[in-house]
Each structure stands twice: as C-alpha cells, then as structure tokens.
Design a protein around this ligand. Structure first.
Ligand code: GN1
Ligand code: MG
Length: 374
C-alpha cells in the first residue's frame, strides 16, 4: 500500500486531525489493517475490508456500528472516558457513511484506536485467561437482548459444520495429488470426527439451542486489555452475526488454551492447558451464565472441541484448494495450521473427562449464578 493512497483514503473520513505515519497491523488473515499515527491523539485505525470474503460490506459495517450503539446504551452509566475504552467507536466519512469505496473498488472503514492497550497472540497466565472469559462472556450478556435477526449474516453458514464438510469434500475432488498425499493423515483424522462434530449443529437446527448475537471470531487476539491485564473491549466485530453460544465460548478456548500459537509447527509444543480452561470458563460463566439454559451450559465443552475442529477443517480445505482464502506466509502454512489444530483437538480429547462444568467451577453452577446478583 502506497503511503499517498493511504493518506488520501484517511482524508475521506470525518476527523479533524492529520496523517503523520502508519504501521501495518498484520495479525489478521483476511483484512488489511493500519494504525494511523495522527497529529492529535487518539490515533486511528484504517482497515480495508476484504470484499471477496465479505460479500456485503455495507451490511457488515451496519452490523458493527449497531452493535457498538447497543453496547454504548447498555454501558451508559460508565464515565465517558471509560466508555470510550470499553466500546469500539467508528468514524464516518465526510459523506456520512461508515465505509469508503476507493477508486479500485476497495472498501475501507475507520475506528478510533484505544490507547494504552495490548492484545495477546497466546496466553501466559491464568489472569489473562480469566479476564478474557469475562470479556467474551460480558459481550454475549450485553448483546443477549439484541434481536439477532436484525443482523446481516455476513458470511452465510460461517460456523455450519455440514457446510464446512461439504467444502472439504469438494476440495478433496479438486486437490492436487501432491497435496492429497501430503495431507492424507490429516484428512483421515477429520473424517473420523465427522459425526461428533455435528452434534452442536443438530441441537441448533432442532431449536434446542437458541440463536443469539455472537461475535464468531473470539480468538484471544480479538480481546483488548489494559496495561494491567484487565479486559477492556472485544475488537474485530466484523463477523458479528446470529449464532450459538458455543461458537464464542469454543473459539476463544481454541487460542487461549493452546500452549502455542495457531501457526506453531512443532507439535510437541502444542498442548491443551486445563488451568487456563478453568480460569476462562469461570470468567465466562460469571458474566453470562444467567442468560444461558442448562443444555447450552452442558454442551460448552463439546462446543470447544467443535470450534477447534472447525478451524482444522477450514485450514485443511484451504490447503487442498491451493491456499485461496487465508493469507499465507509460505507454501505449507495452511497445512501446518491444520496439523496444529488437530493436535490441539487430540490434547483436548485426552482431558475431556475433566471438563464437566460443575467440576471446573468447583461449585454447582447455581452458586455462580447467584453470586452475579450480589
Ligand atoms: C480469520 O482475519 P481474522 O484473523 O480476523 C477468520 C476466522 C478464523 C481466524 C483464524 C472471516 O480471522 O474465522 O478463526 O482467521 N475469519 C474469517 O485465525 O474467515
Ligand atoms: Mg476476524
């Protein structure tokens, strides 16, 4: 991206500051994100939303602006300074839209950078695991009265397991012999788990688990913390859509309880951390248990396994397709990511017996629910 182009796009938005410099924030796999250093604080974030992946960018932007508005209302009792650190603020364009389309047809949006904050790619202590549970639980709790049917489904069937399996099966038909041979072992592992990995979806389809507003990309790097490791705000709300609680509970566990990052190639370093699982689950349920039904709660551990698995099958599918979806840094990147996630599924499965919710909390859930109202 040329600096002049970025500066031009920056100036299409409604702010009263000047472009000084920029830094690319490269952790996302889909969009391009830039931190813009400005002459007056706060700094701003400029983001190109990948419209090949997100087909309805105006709908996506409306989703996240509306969710922020809802959160602002729910938290209006907070002092203004704190509110600005707890809820994402989007900046409109000089024309009054929340996105700008450049000459090449790229979509851009802008938000205010929250200063004195950090994100993590992996977790190194229980406090962060607990705080992220609280943050993601709080997000679900605060949005539990938002009518999910008002949201655009920005990627239809995003966490739908049958859809992900059908994409995988299509990829098996078109993959090169070389890639099929390399991935043989991973393909077999994925196929063996097919039935179990559909359980959450069947509960959703039968209406036994309700649809609610979910974030759908609750990896730890999408949680913002202050400099004392206290949770501030959930970021990257691009994928906010109707979903089930297991999506958010599980996708967070996927990164929080992995002793390595999702890109780690050395399988020996990848293990499931039970202490972080307990801390995260406690924080999560303290915030949201009162909005959940027993069947939702009882299936949380399976939800975690399902979400680790769904990333394994998606990375594998992209590898078989020749790396057309995720950004990759080297030829086997998606293969390595899938192998990583499948190792995590294995390590998770070995500990599955210790994950029953009441055991994890060390107290019946009723007590945790009551504590929330004290
Ligand atoms: C993608 O682009 P990013 O990093 O926010 C993906 C998520 C995956 C994640 C894995 C729209 O998110 O579903 O969990 O990579 N987002 C989309 O790191 O596919
Ligand atoms: Mg994302």
């Amino acid at each position: 991206m040329k600096i002049e182009q970025l500066k031009y796009i920056f100036n299409q938005f409604n702010h009263s500051t000047n472009f000084i410099g920029y830094k690319e924030l490269a952790s996302g796999h889909i969009n391009d994100t830039y931190l813009i250093e400005t002459s007056h604080k706060p700094y701003l974030i400029l983001q190109r939303i990948n419209h090949e992946v997100f087909k309805d960018v105006p709908g996506l932007v409306l989703n996240k602006v509306n969710i922020s508005k809802h959160l602002l209302k729910k938290l209006e009792h907070l002092p203004e300074d704190e509110l600005k650190r707890r809820v994402l603020t989007f900046v409109d364009t000089k024309k009054g839209d929340y996105y700008y389309i450049d000459d090449s047809g790229n979509y851009w949006n802008m938000m205010v950078y929250i200063d004195h904050s950090v994100t993590f790619e992996t977790v190194h202590n229980e406090e962060v695991a607990y705080e992220s549970g609280k943050l993601f639980g709080d997000f679900l709790n605060l949005t539990s009265d938002f009518d999910a049917s008002q949201l655009t489904e920005v990627i239809p069937k995003f966490h739908d397991m049958s859809f992900r399996f059908s994409q995988f099966e299509e990829a098996l038909k078109v993959a090169s012999t070389e890639r099929l041979t390399k991935a043989k072992n991973l393909i077999e592992k994925v196929q063996l788990l097919k039935d179990e990995m559909h359980i959450i979806q069947h509960l959703k389809e039968s209406g036994k688990i309700r649809l609610r507003v979910t974030h759908n990309d609750t990896k730890i790097s999408n949680a913002l913390f202050d400099l004392n490791n206290k949770g501030l705000c959930v970021i990257d709300t691009d994928t906010v859509m109707p979903g089930v609680v297991h999506y958010d509970f599980g996708d967070a566990i996927r990164t929080i309880c992995n002793t390595a990052s999702e890109d780690e190639k050395n399988l020996e370093l990848i293990n499931f951390n039970m202490d972080y699982y307990k801390a995260y689950t406690k924080g999560f349920l303290e915030e949201v248990a009162s909005a959940l039904s027993p069947i939702e709660i009882n299936h949380l551990p399976l939800g975690a396994k399902t979400m680790i698995f769904i990333m394994a099958i998606r990375f594998l599918t992209d590898f078989l397709n020749g790396d057309i979806y995720y950004k990759t840094a080297y030829p086997d990147h998606n293969y390595d990511r899938s192998k990583n996630q499948l190792k995590l599924v294995e390590s998770f499965t070995e500990k599955f017996g210790e994950m029953e919710i009441n055991d994890v909390l060390g107290a019946p859930l009723g007590i945790i629910k009551k504590e929330q109202h004290l």
